[in-house]
Design a protein around this ligand. Structure first.
Ligand code: F0G
Length: 455
């Protein structure tokens, strides 16, 4: 059971099917265009959507809003140092700000970054710095159905090859994303992380953690990696941070806050190069784009996120939804992790070709059936077509992500999602594909317009 009870409630919108049909037409079948009060269960993201604890709200009230030298900052710094072992802690308003500041200070145009998989803002910030982001996911990640415990790992053979190869001198850094959001939220093993760290050390290349979901990765390590079975998630997390030279943190995930993040660094010279960028674009180093109260709320959230009872209940919720999904006849990327389930829409809707976006079609259908908002991770997100709508590139898989906000939805809500999934499967032959009618040049999935394209 959940190791907390509810103290504050927020009504959720309940709509009729007619209202949802009208809303979908109005937003040109793009779920990002919906108003939140048209959504009953919002599984768009687990970022900034969690519920704060009473203790976090109380700590926020006691926050110190001084511009310089805020008490809240020193408390936050102590907590982050204690967890990560990084002496330099730069608060930022969210993860992507940490990426921009680190890459602006560390990268020079023409260099290369390597990762188990760069998250999309991480990749964008590498490219904005004039560099190339190369993903090296392990080959096991390609089998969506296998039970392999650590499909989020980096491919060590290719990492070593790249570091030793002709472009080795251009590799500026390696980022390990824990858990690997770009590979269906699969975790990274401590063995893989330690070996990657050793390779980086051998080649004098700095290693950074994208630690957005560090606590969930640590939990999965205690469950799936024999050598860590008797350790607490906190001990695993501490060891992971110690293996790296620094971290990029979006506290909107495992900080369990609505906004916030930080950059943690071992190298004081590098921190000194980052500081002017922080001051110019985020704020003075003792608040860095946040309010004092946010710093106190993050400090507590980082601790609460490592509570084994909380992590277990979160894993159980994901498992419950995984059972409902499989029972409905939909395959997910196996094994289920914690922050999201990834549905195999391509397999469910074989009558919809990739350039008619089966993932998007399933996401729209889930909204129609139950007011559930999810997000496509398939060819709408990753593909490209010519002017006539014929495919140039398609995504490797056509997936839909059901993200689980922290401490927000209970079993009743998940059962409602299960019913919508079952209803969608029942009428699956009649689910239409979609055709793009308008798209921006960049990041099209956020703002594009579509229309149904029945087979
Ligand atoms: N790294 C990872 C692994 C992420 O998942 C995200 C955000 C970021 C960095 C960027 O952090 O949003 O605080 O700037 N992921 C969200 C998601 C948006 O829905 O998966 P941010």
């Amino acid at each position: 059971m959940e190791p907390y009870r509810v103290k504050v409630v927020e009504p959720i919108p309940v709509t009729t099917r007619e209202q949802r049909e009208r809303a979908l037409r109005r937003v040109h079948y793009n779920l990002f265009g919906l108003r939140a009060d048209e959504v009953t269960i919002d599984l768009l993201t687990d970022s900034g959507t969690g519920a704060l604890s009473a203790a976090q709200w109380a700590a926020g009230m006691a926050g110190d809003e001084s511009y310089a030298g805020s008490r809240s900052f020193y408390h936050f710094q102590d907590v982050v140092r204690d967890l990560t072992s990084y002496p330099c802690v730069l608060p930022v308003h969210q993860g992507r700000a940490a990426e921009r500041i680190l890459f602006s200070a560390l990268l020079t145009p023409g260099q290369i970054t390597l990762s188990n998989t760069h998250f999309d803002t991480t990749r964008a910030n590498v490219e904005l710095a004039g560099c190339r982001a190369v993903d090296l996911p392990c080959p096991r990640a390609q089998d969506l159905d296998s039970d392999e415990p650590f499909k989020g790992d980096i491919d060590l053979r290719r990492l070593e090859g790249a570091l030793r190869g002709p472009d080795g001198s251009r590799i500026a850094l390696v980022v390990m994303t824990l858990t690997n959001n770009g590979e269906a939220g699969q975790p990274v093993s401590m063995d893989n992380l330690a070996r990657a760290a050793a390779l980086c050390r051998e080649h004098s290349v700095p290693l950074f953690l994208d630690a957005a979901r560090f606590a969930e990765n640590a939990w999965l390590v205690t469950q799936r990696e024999a050598a860590y079975r008797d350790m607490t998630p906190r001990q695993v997390a501490e060891e992971a941070f110690r293996l790296a030279d620094g971290c990029l943190m979006s506290a909107k995930k495992d900080g369990i806050v609505h906004i916030g993040g930080f950059l943690g660094l071992r190298d004081r010279d590098l921190a000194e190069r980052c500081e002017p960028l922080l001051i110019a674009t985020e704020g003075f180093p003792t608040y860095g784009g946040l309010a004092g109260r946010d710093l106190d709320m993050i400090a507590l959230g980082l601790t609460e996120a490592l509570d084994p009872r909380y992590l277990r209940s979160r894993a159980d919720a994901a498992l419950h939804l995984a059972h409902l999904t499989r029972d409905a006849g939909i395959d997910i990327v196996e094994p289920p992790g914690l922050h999201a389930l990834y549905l195999n829409a391509g397999r469910l809707l074989p009558h919809i070709p990739p350039h008619r976006f089966p993932g998007h079609a399933l996401a729209c259908q889930l909204y129609l059936e139950g007011g559930i908002r999810s997000v496509e991770l398939g060819s709408l997100y990753l593909g490209r077509e010519d002017e006539k709508g014929n495919p140039i590139t398609t995504a490797p898989y056509e997936l839909v992500r059901l993200a689980l906000p922290r401490r927000t939805y209970g079993i009743g809500h998940l059962n409602h999602v299960g019913e919508a999934l079952a209803a969608a499967v029942k009428g699956r032959e009649r689910i239409p594909g979609y055709r793009l009618v308008e798209q921006p040049a960049l990041l099209r999935h956020f703002r594009c317009k579509l229309e149904p394209a029945p087979a």
